[in-house]
Design a protein around this ligand. Sequence first.
Ligand SMILES: C[S@@+](CC[C@H](N)C(=O)[O-])C[C@H]1O[C@@H](n2cnc3c(N)ncnc32)[C@H](O)[C@@H]1O
Length: 228
Amino acid sequence: MPAEFDRYAAGGYSKILLDPIRGRFAGAQFYFRRKLILLREFCRQRGIETERADWLDVGCGDGGLLKMGQPYFRSAAGCDVSEGMLRECAGLHVKQQDSPRRVPFDDASFDIVTVVCVYHHVEPADRPALTADVSRVLKPQGLLCIIEHNPFNPVTQFVVWRHPVDAHAHLLAAGVMRRLAQAAQLEILTTRYFLLFPERFYSSLAGAEARLSSFPLGGQYAVFCRKR
Ligand SMILES: C[S@@+](CC[C@H](N)C(=O)[O-])C[C@H]1O[C@@H](n2cnc3c(N)ncnc32)[C@H](O)[C@@H]1O
């Protein structure tokens, strides 16, 4: 059965994503850049050298984060259930998933796994098995970073509500995401809310955004976990 996102890939995913509110907040590349800043900053604080890490992006879509992020890692790979989205990943090491619950890589093969804006598109019944399989491909002590829309942010709610790509989305609060990770035997390290200030203010307000990151204000959040 074709994956839901094959349809959006066929129409040009980046064009479908265009939204006046989203666009006024930040340019398309900033959303990826901000996530890489968050991930690399967290790794730096924890003494994790990303240049020596093998990275997997689960639900990589058309590879936007991978393309921007791969220079910072020893290796970068991706996977997704949508063949159409993966067709946009030319030049990247990507594999198609044959199941929404399985990640097509060997046990303990990655130091860092990211799952970005994916879970709200995953059927609730598939989420525990997907999380357990994400944990399977992490090396012991490996880092998992799950990024999701913050359902407590009214602008996020509004953008999701009106956007066709999110027609079947079910947003997850950070607490729900943390419980899923804990059930997969992952240790929760921290939760950080971000995308609080628009791109044009970010460079002057990055410090304020960091200080407010434990409050559920930003448009998205990241749950950082470690494999036991
Ligand atoms: C909103 S897009 C995000 C893509 C990318 N992570 C990004 O941030 O641009 C959601 C992606 O999740 C993928 N997806 C949905 N269910 C999935 C699952 N169970 N496993 C892996 N990917 C999935 C979709 O095919 C789609 O490419």
